[in-house]
Design a protein around this ligand. Structure first.
Ligand code: ADP
Ligand code: MG
Length: 281
């Protein structure tokens, strides 16, 4: 690579560092698992845009390939065909601009909340000492864990663990947050509170958010854009623009508009679930 090219690349990445959010795109992405003679096509020709600063929710039947899609966006896996780009640049692997929060807790059990949050930057030797601790504490206060910075993960409730993970992701100053069914497994009340909390955080920082769920109400409550996937081999069935005002509150879910979105999404998803039920019977 010529030096002028690498110089312009580094200027571009510095510029992007200042941006709060990035435009993410998947173009004609297909992905199969296994050897060619017994391979299973999971994703088939998926093209979808994740607009900068918006919250895009992906819903689809269980096993349709949502986590596979997350892995491709995160750069943990590569598409067989097609490409994933962030601000027009090809994704070739994981990077700090895209942080992922999973359903399973990934907190280190023998580290305190504060140590968990500072672990990544410390390991990479990027941010050090007091300023890193101060930044982490600030984030932990923001996610409502100011009183729990010296507690260990097992001393936190499920909802608190997810919030600690949000802080741990946010300390890397990502421009894209990818959430793979992060609230699955929480009881109904904690889940609803986490949704409201997450929305407040999103409405404040306006990062590009890609949120995967199998819950239609959760999807409609959170989304600017709702991407509905089909069954395997999975394609994008439709993208619905969710035109509910922000800031949102749970009461909006009982509005006529939300009901209309729910019906539209349910009809599509139910049809897909029926197909997979018939196949597995
Ligand atoms: P979802 O998150 O929507 O439940 P996944 O992306 O986890 O779906 O899985 C989609 C399909 O791909 C499933 O049939 C699963 O068995 C298969 N799959 C996922 N990851 C792998 C892998 N690493 N190797 C082989 N098959 C996989
Ligand atoms: Mg999954």
């Amino acid at each position: 690579m010529s030096s002028s090219k690498s110089a312009s690349k580094s200027t571009a990445s510095k510029k992007n560092k200042k941006l709060n959010s990035s435009q993410v795109e998947m173009k004609n992405v297909s992905k199969a698992y296994g050897e060619t003679w017994e391979s299973e096509e999971v994703l088939k020709n998926i093209s979808v845009e994740f607009p900068a600063g918006e919250l895009t929710v992906i819903v689809g039947p269980s096993g349709c390939g949502k986590s596979t899609l997350v892995n491709l966006l995160a750069g943990f896996e590569k598409p067989d065909v097609g490409e994933v780009t962030v601000d027009g640049k090809l994704v070739t692997g994981p990077a700090q601009d895209r942080m992922v929060v999973f359903q399973e807790t990934a907190l280190i059990p023998w580290q305190t909340t504060l140590e968990n949050v500072t672990f990544g930057p410390k390991m990479r030797g990027e941010k050090k000492g007091r300023s890193l601790d101060d930044e982490a504490k600030e984030l932990l206060v923001k996610v409502g864990l100011g009183e729990f910075i010296h507690k260990f993960p097992l001393q936190l409730s499920g909802g608190m663990q997810r919030r600690a993970e949000l802080a741990r992701a946010l300390i890397n100053e990502p421009t894209v947050m990818i959430m793979d069914e992060p609230f699955r497994g929480l009881d109904a009340m904690s889940r609803s509170l986490m949704q409201e909390f997450f929305l407040e955080l999103f409405e404040e920082n306006k990062k590009t958010n890609i949120f995967v769920t199998s819950e239609i109400d959760e999807a409609i409550f959170l989304a600017d854009n709702l991407v509905i996937l089909s069954n395997k081999p999975t394609t994008v069935q439709t993208v619905i623009k969710i035109d509910l005002p922000r800031p949102r509150n749970y009461k909006m879910l009982t509005s006529a508009k939300a009901f209309k979105y729910r019906k539209q999404a349910m009809d599509l998803l139910h049809g897909e679930a029926m197909k997979s039920f018939a196949i597995s019977k």
